[in-house]
Design a protein around this ligand. Structure first.
Ligand code: RUB
Length: 311
């Protein structure tokens, strides 16, 4: 495997690269790099190499359908453009593959721009917005709202154990937003003054449930108790096709050292990275196609991803 690709995989695992979008973009980049530096002599051999690297990448963070969908799309493109991987010119196969990767990334960036506009319009003037973890899609929405002159205030939760809330706070502060970081336990207190909650998404299931950073469902429940609207900024490519026939999205469980490095003997530690928030607690998803109810996500996402339900 290419050295740079190995580094990207290790950065994804260690959270140096974090957030569904950044992970997906890095995975696309990694697979393109593997193709560019490959020593495979035929498209068939290259196809084999790429599909094994795509599998390793997919497993680097198990709860990331945006990455899985993108890698899947790239592999479909490869097998179609290299005549099923059986023949054709190897140089062209590599070149076309890399071009497809950069087209996909561009499309993702275009979608994020559209989504940010829909999200920013949704935020009331002068609103207090709560967010959790670090979602590049959500920070984009918040920065767009500020650009529109909405004069918002943001409170973000620190997000134990890896403190991604600090990344959110630092990013928003450097963009000139009014941002405060509080501990996760302060969710109820700050909800009482909030106007809207916006979080990101790692995965959206067929019934519109949201899988996002641990703590998200607590936030959604508290929002409902206080009549505060709860939205998730989620591109349609975060849809998890494996949930179509009842399979559950896998929830990543990370190393317990992230929670407590040297716990006393007898203390058990669990470290689930994500959790599900039921669709009934979600007012809507902010997508590149507009703000939609959780029930519509499946239809729009399968259409966008070209998933045929009936043959
Ligand atoms: C990040 C997280 C984010 C989503 C969406 O978790 O839960 O809300 O990934 O991010 P982690 P984005 O830090 O464990 O990756 O909007 O950037 O796709």
């Amino acid at each position: 495997m290419d050295k740079q690709v190995k580094r990207i995989i290790s950065d994804i695992k260690s959270l140096k690269i974090q957030g569904a979008r950044n992970v997906a973009k890095s995975a696309i980049h990694a697979l393109s790099l593997e193709a560019a530096g490959s020593k495979s002599r035929t498209p068939k051999a290259l196809g084999k190499e790429l599909s094994s690297v795509a599998e390793i990448l997919s497993e680097s963070r198990p709860t990331e359908p945006m990455m899985r969908n993108a890698l899947g799309q790239m592999m479909v493109f490869f097998s179609q453009s290299a005549s099923g991987g059986k023949g054709g010119d190897i140089k062209n196969a590599r070149k076309n593959f890399a071009k497809h990767g950069s087209d996909l990334i561009k499309k993702m960036d275009d979608d994020a721009k559209k989504l940010a506009l829909y999200g920013a319009k949704l935020i009331p003037e002068g609103a207090l917005v709560l967010t959790h973890c670090h979602s590049s899609t959500t920070t984009r929405v918040l920065k767009e709202a500020e650009r529109m002159g909405k004069d918002i205030t943001v409170v973000c939760f620190e997000t134990r154990p890896r403190f991604q809330g600090r990344t959110t706070a630092a990013e928003l502060a450097s963009a000139g937003l009014d941002v405060t970081l509080v501990v996760d336990g302060a969710m109820t207190l700050f909800m009482k003054k909030a106007d809207i909650v916006i979080v990101g998404a790692d995965s959206v299931t067929s019934r519109g449930d949201l899988i996002n950073k641990i703590g998200t469902s607590t936030l959604a429940h508290i929002a409902r108790m206080n009549d505060v609207s709860f939205f998730s900024a989620a591109e349609l490519s975060k849809y998890s096709p494996m949930t179509m026939f009842g399979n559950l999205e896998k929830i990543e469980e990370r190393d317990h050292h992230e929670v407590w490095d040297k716990p006393p003997r007898g203390v058990k530690i669990r470290n689930p990275a994500f959790e599900a928030t039921a669709a009934k607690y979600i007012n809507g998803y902010i997508t590149e196609a507009g703000v939609i109810p959780p029930q519509s996500f499946f239809t729009l996402a399968t259409e966008k991803l070209g998933i045929k339900i009936y043959e």
